[in-house]
Design a protein around this ligand. Structure first.
Ligand SMILES: [Zn+2]
Length: 340
């Protein structure tokens, strides 16, 4: 390999991140640059002309320094102020815009994301502030698109997140007439938060001369917190988001019995009998996603609030669904933040 040019570092091809920290710092070195980026992206592509809602035409805008250092541009015709952060999650935040951008950079530059604790250290903000930033970014910018329709081969599965049984609970399992294992499963269903997820398997095709199949479609994912007895909620998510012509893969849980009756081509794998893969009948795509999510929340051993968990899922789903964008995830995310 040729020696690199230290003055113009090149990202290695195998790098997980599509947008390096060097690139981020070069593009967004400070607060001022972030504010200008919002101004030109949202209002004034050339930096000086924007549509003035009061004049009802495009006019020239000028930035005046004010005593309070108000972050606004002013219409030179009618003196209307436009704040580039108005209507975004950054508006009226006491946290510097540059830190917001850096937080979004961090959330999109690793596969597993980062914790609020790490964000607190990286940004030098309080834990509470880091937590609030995360929640806003996850729920406002990474929300799932309910109009997504999953097609082709679709895997479905549930996951249970939250507390672990205490010793006293385990002693009860041992006494259960239905057996220890089914008592443990029942305990999970009663005490943990249930999540239902569906994923399209990526489309692949073999091309002559290539050793690996070429991906033709990335395969999208959806994941939702569902109530304790999730049957009805699961039915709703399937009806809303799965193409009736899809081939559906699940384990042999009873909640999926209705799929065939509803006309889906349904193939199930007998997890209850210890079988996990039979030809292309498996749910390992969605299970791989669950294990990624679980690794990220393994630090949390107490009950998980559904609202917090949904935000967390949104972040993982968002990264999964944007992994093949062809544009750095960070840029997709800040463009979302700039959307009116
Ligand atoms: Zn005006």
């Amino acid at each position: 390999m040729a020696p690199g040019n230290r003055k113009a570092p090149q990202r290695s091809v195998s790098s997980e991140s599509e947008y390096s920290l060097m690139e981020f710092m070069a593009d967004f070195p400070d607060d001022e640059t972030c504010l200008r980026w919002l101004w030109t992206t949202r209002y004034a592509p050339d930096g000086t002309h924007a549509y003035c809602p009061r004049c009802e035409v495009e006019t020239a805008f000028h930035r005046y320094e004010t005593k309070q250092q108000r972050q606004s541009w002013t219409c030179t015709t009618c003196s209307l102020h436009i704040h580039p952060t108005a209507g975004t999650i950054f508006h009226k935040s006491s946290t510097a815009l540059h830190l917001w951008f850096y937080a979004m950079y961090l959330m999109t530059s690793t596969r597993c994301g980062i914790s609020a604790k790490q964000l607190e250290r990286e940004l030098g903000v309080t834990y509470k502030t880091a937590w609030r930033m995360f929640t806003l970014i996850r729920n406002e910018l990474m929300g799932q698109d309910d109009d997504t329709t999953l097609r082709g081969q679709v895997e479905m599965d549930e996951m249970y997140v939250g507390g672990k049984p205490r010793l006293a609970d385990k002693a009860e399992f041992a006494k259960d007439p239905a057996g220890r294992q089914s008592a443990a499963i029942r305990w999970s269903h009663e005490n943990k938060t249930a999540v239902f997820g569906m994923v399209e398997r990526p489309g692949r095709t073999w091309v002559d001369g290539k050793a690996k199949p070429v991906r033709t479609r990335p395969g999208r994912i959806v994941a939702h917190v569902v109530p304790k007895h999730p049957q009805a909620a699961i039915v709703r998510h399937i009806d809303a988001q799965v193409d009736p012509d899809a081939v559906v893969y699940t384990d042999d849980a009873r909640i999926y019995d209705r799929l065939a009756k509803d006309g889906f081509d349904h193939r199930s794998i007998a997890h209850s009998e210890g079988v996990y893969v039979s030809g292309d009948v498996h749910t390992s795509t969605i299970e791989g996603f669950w294990s990624l999510v679980k690794r990220g929340i393994s630090g949390t051993h107490h009950a998980v609030s559904p609202k917090w968990l949904q935000g967390y899922l949104n972040e993982y789903v968002w990264r999964y669904n944007h992994r093949d964008d062809g544009r750095a995830m960070f840029l997709s995310l800040i463009l979302n933040a700039a959307r009116p």
